[in-house]
Every structure is written in structure tokens, then in C-alpha cells.
Design a binder for this molecule. Structure first.
Ligand SMILES: [Zn+2]
Length: 45
């Protein structure tokens, strides 16, 4: 399973988690925003 670092508490959270189990941060929404930001950067180039 892949893990991501929660930006709020810096704990390792499974990539499939919707919210961080440690601090309840909405990690899924955060990751989707990151993905969209990257895709928008690509379109600019
Ligand atoms: Zn967290």
C-alpha cells in the first residue's frame, strides 16, 4: 500500500484514506487538489 505524508500532522497516511486518522485532515481532497494543480501546470506549457 502506498503512503502519503499528511501536510497537517506529518504522519504517514494510507493513500486510500479519505481523512487523516491522526488529525482528521481531509487528505483525499488535498491530494485531488494537488493533482489538479499539476494538471493545470501541464496545460499552461
Ligand atoms: Zn494528519
Amino acid at each position: 500500500m502506498k503512503y502519503v505524508i499528511c501536510p497537517q500532522c506529518e504522519s504517514e497516511v494510507p493513500e486510500t484514506a479519505i481523512t487523516c486518522p491522526f488529525c482528521k485532515f481531509g487528505i483525499l481532497v488535498y491530494l485531488e487538489e494537488q493533482k489538479e494543480a499539476k494538471e493545470q501546470e501541464k496545460e499552461k506549457q
